[in-house]
Write a protein that binds this ligand. Sequence first.
Ligand code: NAP
Ligand code: GDD
Length: 362
Amino acid sequence: MKKALITGITGQDGSYLAEFLLEKGYDVHGVIRRSSVDYRERIAHLEGHPHFHLHYGDLSDSMSILSVVSTVRPDEIYNLAAQSHVQVSFDVPEFTADVDATGVLRVLEAVRLSGLKDTCRIYQASTSELYGKVEEVPQNENTPFHPYSPYAVAKQYGFWIVKEYREAYNMFCCSGILFNHESERRGETFVTRKITLAAARIAQGKQDKLYLGNLSSLRDWGYARDYVECMWLILQNDKPEDFVIATGEQHSVREFCQLAFHDVGIELEFVGEGMNEKGIDKATGKTVIEVSPDFYRPTDVVNLWGDPSKAKRELGWNPTKTTFEQLVKIMVDHDMKKVAVERAEEHIKTNLAEYLEKGVIK
Ligand code: NAP
Ligand code: GDD
């Protein structure tokens, strides 16, 4: 039985990857951080599985990483842990560098010091943010990098240190240059999830308006559940190589809004420009989307579009298993149910005394 170690297992990708590897018959180990509240929502359903194990560790703490790696002695490591929010990286640049840059080095060194350099394969979660202020459209493995945020600069170090260890020590370590991938498990402050949750709340009368930043920003959005398969395929390849993982399709934040609101039954019309642009509900004339300077970044990446030809050709990966329309629908359907459950819970709480009195709830 192969052993895999996943850092960032509590995150969006970590949770899907853990499910994927368990289905493949792996013994799955994950690194988690101690927290004062329970944050294991995405992996709660896996706890208790005989081949699912959790270890405390932190990417900013070399000893904890060395200890986990040398105890587990994995065949494969998926280094997904990161401060992954680009806008937040402007607020916590040093922490972002420590985890997203030096953290990668700590994983590589832990493998070397544990004597696993010839047996353990390492996947590094790299990113399309490396292309940043893009120098070519669409972007492929040969497109020059131009990182454009503290997050991207830190991830660039991660990319190069992986390449360095591959060449210097002949280690099987690779970067997946993944373009944005979303899901019903996406963190709620990333733009897609923020939109699908707000659309669901507005449709169910729980929110009046959604405030967003740059509506013209362009992204290549895929489905996270499809992308974790690629992480695994990269480590099953004959040679250690880096791959662009993307759908090859590009959409704007505005288009994402239009589709998500359509899926909850609201047809949007955008009027105005720049900071004065508004999204209006055509049926009621109400403004449901406004632009706020709070969600603008000091430097923003606005034109990401990936070319997944190499992954298609060499890994046999299908980049459009889930279409853009299907992805938005999956997220909206999930959030419509989530909001409906929240409303039901609120209703019960408000009327609890009456229900107890009438014996509706015992
Ligand atoms: P995510 O949902 O934000 O998950 C990040 C994970 O990293 C969480 O499990 C988090 O743990 C963990 N983490 C953060 N700091 C840590 C530390 N100091 N030590 C140990 N663990 C730490 O991110 P994601 O969307 O799944 O992305 C996974 C990886 O892919 C990240 O490296 C991200 O930068 C990269 N990436 C993502 C995308 C995308 O579109 N999703 C695209 C390209 C690259 P807690 O739960 O304790 O916070
Ligand atoms: N978060 C957010 N919130 N973004 C907004 C908003 C808003 O209210 N309004 C507009 N945007 C724009 C951002 O300016 C950005 O251009 C785009 O929407 C996408 O933002 P995010 O969803 O926050 O994702 P990201 O592209 O910055 O970063 C994600 O993808 C990277 C891969 O390209 C993260 O998952 C990174 O970890 C990942 O590396």
